[in-house]
Design a protein around this ligand. Structure first.
Ligand code: AMP
Length: 213
């Protein structure tokens, strides 16, 4: 049995064409079912649905042989013990700094002010602001980062931006682009040795179906 860990939403939807290229179709709709283990048209392949930030843990400890997860998750939570063969170029977005549209970020940075920054990405944010020599107090949040500057909780946020619509709807503007993010295929190292042939076939099929830039 080969087990692939995916999170619901964008990663699940954008992984489906890659699976199809490997001759695999998921036979249940995760949005309509409460099942956490989904069958596929291949009796030896199943999909497990986990939280995006749990995908690396499943793959690392062998709860799944393969997984698809964002580079943001891998960099923030660690990618030890996993083989990372492919940038799938799906779920593309960027990690950015955003502030209220009436906040003068450039002046605050120039004056050496200490910024309060709310984010889920405490590690990546610490590294980024340290590399710029900007002093920050980081506030860890688990969701709806956009609310923090609007309520006075923080001066800035570090979050994923795709279309920019969420920022715009909340009167926020992007002031720094930290890095481009996309989803990666990760593979359990022991599984790659023990189930080499079927896993290699999936990796090769995914590689051939990666969307071009
Ligand atoms: P957008 O309005 O298209 O810029 O999307 C921004 C919202 O979607 C923010 O709440 C982000 O945290 C989330 N988001 C954007 N892209 C991704 C992604 N690739 N993976 C997970 N969340 C994302």
């Amino acid at each position: 049995m080969i087990t692939l860990a995916l999170s619901k939403g964008r990663i699940f939807e954008e992984t489906m064409p890659l699976l199809a290229a490997a001759g695999i179709e998921v036979t249940e709709d995760p949005e309509k079912s409460r099942k956490l283990i989904l069958d596929t048209t291949r009796p030896d392949v199943r999909v497990v649905l986990v939280r995006a930030s749990d995908v690396p843990t499943y793959v690392q400890y062998g709860g799944a042989d393969l997984g698809v997860t964002g580079l943001d998750v891998l960099l923030e939570n660690g990618n030890q013990g996993m083989y990372q063969p492919l940038d799938l170029r799906i779920a593309a977005c960027r990690l950015s700094v955003a502030v209220r549209n009436d906040y003068d970020y450039a002046s605050a940075v120039k004056q050496g002010s200490r910024l309060r920054v709310a984010t889920k990405y405490v590690g990546l944010s610490r590294d980024f602001f340290a590399s710029k020599g900007v002093h920050v107090d980081l506030i860890k949040l688990y969701g709806s980062m956009e609310l923090a500057p609007l309520t006075g909780l923080a001066d800035a946020i570090v979050d994923l931006v795709s279309t920019g619509n969420t920022l715009k709807a909340n009167h926020l503007v992007e002031v720094e682009r930290i890095m481009d993010i996309s989803a990666r295929l990760v593979v359990n190292q022991a599984a790659l040795k023990l189930k080499r042939e079927p896993i290699r076939r999936i990796i090769d099929a995914f590689a051939s179906a990666i969307p071009s830039v």
